[in-house]
Write a protein that binds this ligand. Structure first.
Ligand SMILES: Nc1ncnc2c1ncn2[C@@H]1O[C@H](COP(=O)(O)OP(=O)(O)OP(=O)(O)O)[C@@H](O)[C@H]1O
Length: 278
């Protein structure tokens, strides 16, 4: 299957907790083209995992629009979401072991993941998947004999067992040494390049982020910035608002009046001294 696009408009997710609700996402608008490899960044609690789970059909939006390929996620029934997860979207949850059946070897883990795929789907051979992620030699090894890096590669292999159009991975390179981290990242890049699968991965590691062609940073449930090959940019939202980079926000406390002017060489934001504003 070829890569799936992701498109969201005004995406909101509220967790209904006892006593109070938590707005994890407060109006996210992103557009990811088929076959892109995108990193999702942001501080702890920013809403990254929530966005990933919405894209994977594990959660449903509280408001807003979410398209995964042709799927209109906000209108889908539980059964339709199940079918999307079984064939079109692969999810690698944080903590490799959560994605694997501990008593099955790598090739049987892949076979098991393929059982849920829709009957009309032509599935790749499990050996091909292991070859793609670089685990061919460990196909029959018990998971207990694998290194942490190989276990993570196995979790990725299970995530792509049906060759979905979208791979979602929650911190696939965390808790690994640098060599294992780079091997997992190389496998994900290879999957993306050779199959055209769209990939959205969460990372906290600035070294990983710097190597990705595109990154999206979330802060307080909103898009805070986008990166292109290591360079960070602020992104104008659909309502015209512009989140300030943290080092600028520090200089302009909430409530500061600013003058926004345009000149030939750009747009300037100038704080108005308080005495002038009064
Ligand atoms: N099941 C839940 N019930 C209530 N609140 C939740 C739930 N899951 C997450 N949250 C809250 O939603 C917000 C966003 O959480 P989320 O896990 O999406 O952030 P994150 O950016 O992935 O964080 P981290 O990097 O720590 O994994 C946080 O305030 C979190 O406490």
């Amino acid at each position: 299957m070829s890569g799936l696009a992701i498109s969201t408009t005004g995406l909101v997710h509220i967790y209904r907790a006892h006593g109070h609700d938590v707005a994890a996402l407060s109006g996210i608008g992103i557009s990811v083209r088929p076959g892109e490899l995108v990193g999702l960044l942001g501080p702890s609690g920013a809403g990254k995992s929530t966005l990933l789970q919405l894209c994977g059909g594990l959660l449903t939006p509280s408001a807003g629009r979410l398209r995964i390929g042709e799927h209109k996620v906000e209108t889908m029934t539980e059964a339709e979401l199940d079918r999307m997860r079984a064939g079109d979207v692969g999810i690698v949850l944080q903590g490799a072991g959560r994605n694997l059946i501990p008593y099955l070897n790598p090739i049987d883990n892949i076979r098991y993941a393929q059982r849920a795929a829709p009957g009309d789907r032509v599935l790749p051979k499990p050996a091909e998947i292991l070859e793609l992620v670089g685990l061919a030699a460990q196909a029959q090894s018990p998971l207990t004999a694998l290194t942490p890096g190989q276990i993570q590669l196995c979790a990725v292999a299970v995530g792509i067992a049906t060759f979905p159009g979208l791979l979602l991975a929650d911190e696939p390179t965390s808790q690994l040494d640098h060599q294992a981290r780079d091997e997992v990242l190389a496998a994900i890049r290879k999957i993306n390049a050779e199959t055209g699968m769209t990939v959205l991965l969460i990372t906290h590691d600035p070294e990983v982020a710097a190597t990705l062609p595109r990154t999206i940073t979330i802060r307080d449930g909103r898009i805070a910035a986008e990166g292109r090959s290591g360079e960070e940019y602020a992104v104008v939202a659909s309502d015209g608002s512009l989140p300030l980079p943290p080092h600028v926000a520090e200089l302009l406390p909430a409530g500061t009046l600013v003058q926004v002017t345009t000149t030939e060489d750009g747009v300037h934001i100038t704080p108005v001294p308080q005495e002038e504003a009064e």
